[in-house]
Write a protein that binds this ligand. Structure first.
Ligand code: PEP
Ligand code: MN
Length: 337
């Protein structure tokens, strides 16, 4: 249930209204937008007579039931698109933010070289995996804490904010200097981790699970936002399908639907969605065309020698060419790249 308040209601009146509901056992979400302020009730709202509330309250303009299970991330509750600020970068409506870097941080030289180059090409955020979730326990597991230190160095050298995947909540201290916490596809429903990052004041990049529905992705985001952290970026990264010629199947409808259903920024990852380098630039353009707020693209200074995901990584020149193309297209879409 969401109540849209009349314009310019005094804060004390809103507080009293909220307290009244909380005393009746409801949780509330207050959403202050540019168009209107809304109060969302969470709990068993079946018995509430909406018309009665509107008639008897002097601050409520109208009320409506929210049928979806997700409330805090729902656009009905929060009409304005959320724009997340990380350093000089913005992620959300009006922007097409490019996050780039290697699948894994491999060495100081590697990450700094890539960071300088992608920054020069126009990437606003540097990615680099330090803890890698690998299918095989015998595969390279990432440089771990040492990798995070190398990533910090690249941040210091270039000024780019950094994003890296956190695999469980015991690693939180290690990620203190990481600007955006990535929750990977395999951890999308690690509810303890979702709750833990919900207690932080730091952006979270939440990737869609390999076989999770759009609604499940929204519910995972709800865990984080309901726990108090509103800075969630949703990421479509391809889902498992019957297709074997691509690593995953990019679900472009998910990008569009997520933007419609939620106020959170939505980006997509053409690298993991396809697994094939030559598909990455065309998919990146498609992602921009359907209205996403950005992309995360894997790049490497020497993809043939990459320790992880080389086949889907663009080399630095290919990335530069892609960015030149995206810049023109972003301007046509009225988005700042
Ligand atoms: C990654 O970004 O390197 C990664 C492991 O992605 P995903 O969780 O989408 O597989
Ligand atoms: Mn990867």
């Amino acid at each position: 249930m969401v109540f849209i308040l009349k314009p310019d209601v005094a804060k004390e009146k809103i507080d009293t209204f909220i307290m009244g509901w909380e005393q009746k056992g409801f949780s509330t979400i207050l959403s202050v937008g540019t168009e209107h302020t809304a109060v969302c009730l969470i709990g068993n709202t079946a018995e509430i007579d909406v018309d009665h509330v509107v008639e008897t309250s002097d601050i409520v303009s109208y009320g409506k039931r929210i049928t979806e299970q997700y409330k805090a991330v729902n656009r009905t509750v929060h009409e304005d698109s959320t724009v997340i600020r990380v350093g000089d970068a913005r992620i959300g409506e009006g922007f097409f933010t490019v996050i780039s870097g290697p699948c894994s941080v491999e060495s100081e030289e590697q990450i700094c070289k890539i960071a300088r180059s992608v920054k020069n090409s126009g990437a606003k955020i540097l990615r680099g995996g330090a803890f890698k979730p690998r299918t095989s326990p015998y595969a390279f597991q990432g440089k771990q804490a040492e990798g995070l230190a190398m990533l910090r160095l690249a941040k210091k050298e270039t000024g780019l904010p950094i994003v890296s995947e956190i695999m469980n909540q015991t690693q939180l201290d290690l990620f203190e200097d990481v600007d955006i916490l990535q929750i990977g596809a395999r951890n999308m429903q690690n509810f303890d981790l979702l709750k833990a990052v919900g207690g932080l004041k730091k952006p979270v990049l939440l990737k869609r699970g390999l076989a999770n529905t759009i609604e499940e992705l929204l519910m995972s985001a709800e865990y984080i936002v309901a726990a108090g952290n509103e800075q969630v970026i949703l990421c479509e990264r391809g889902i498992r399908s019957f297709e074997t010629m691509t690593r995953n199947t990019l679900d472009l409808s998910a990008v569009v639907l997520l933007k419609q259903k939620s106020h959170l920024p939505v980006i997509a990852d053409p690298s993991h969605a396809s697994g094939i380098r030559s598909l990455v630039p065309p998919l990146a353009k498609a992602i921009l065309a359907v209205g996403a707020d950005g992309i995360m693209v894997e790049t490497h200074n020497n993809p043939a020698k990459a320790l992880c995901d080389g086949a889907q990584s663009l080399d630095l020149e290919q990335f530069h060419t892609l960015m030149e193309d995206l810049r023109k297209r972003a301007a046509m879409e009225d988005k700042q790249l």
